[in-house]
Design a protein. Structure first.
Length: 215
């Protein structure tokens, strides 16, 4: 029952965050997971397991709230957000994995100057988190806007960008090209769920969901 309650709370908080922060344009808070295409240069954030009132079990395991995934510069920001929660180290877990994902990005531009010009245009539209790919690969001078674990999440984020006026971004699947960081919070209290949902609302390129806690 606790697991079902957690799922219900997360669903309602996720809807609130979407309706409040993503459905209508927000002045300066579309936060995207930044990514460097070279796998060894991308750091992933481990998921945190928070203290809580719940003692639920999902499929034989304790219920956790999963938040992620993060790469590139977004990792430091997510780390800082988790630190603000003040959870004991024993109650959260930070995991790094290599995974495929759905990349939301602006295709490579002809030069660094054009990429920087496009980046300035993003800022004017209220998109404040992005990274220009600098590695000498086929993606050089592309602008990374976010990495997602599902096509549905990537398409939803892409639509939010389009509502802001970002018309040249695309979403495509990439196989095993990045490392990601995910936080697991164990049996979170309602207060912790609410705080994480509020943090996630400021970083809409991330996802929050209820899952069995990792071993």
């Amino acid at each position: 029952m606790r697991a079902l309650f957690l799922l219900f709370v997360l669903a309602n908080l996720a809807f609130f965050a979407w309706d409040r922060y993503l459905r209508a344009p927000v002045s300066a808070e579309v936060h995207n997971r930044q990514v460097e295409i070279t796998p060894e240069k991308i750091r992933l954030v481990k998921e945190v397991a928070p203290p809580g009132k719940a003692n639920a079990r999902v499929a034989g395991a304790a219920a956790c709230m999963e938040w992620g995934a993060f790469a590139g510069a977004a990792v430091a920001r997510a780390d800082a957000a988790m630190e603000e929660l003040g959870l004991p180290a024993s109650q959260f877990k930070r995991v790094m994995v290599e995974a495929s994902g759905y990349w939301v990005y602006i295709p490579p531009l002809k030069s660094r100057n054009e990429a920087e010009k496009s980046a300035r245009a993003l800022k004017e539209l209220g998109v404040t988190e992005y990274s220009i790919v600098q590695e000498k690969t086929e993606w050089r001078n592309a602008i990374s806007l976010g990495i997602f674990r599902s096509d549905e999440a990537a398409q939803s984020f892409l639509k939010s960008l389009q509502r802001r006026g970002v018309i040249d971004a695309v979403a495509e699947k990439r196989e095993n090209f990045l490392r990601q960081v995910v936080f697991y919070v164990r049996e979170p209290s309602e207060a912790t769920v609410a705080k994480l949902a509020a943090i996630r609302a400021q970083m809409p390129a991330s996802e929050v969901r209820a899952v069995p806690c990792p071993a």
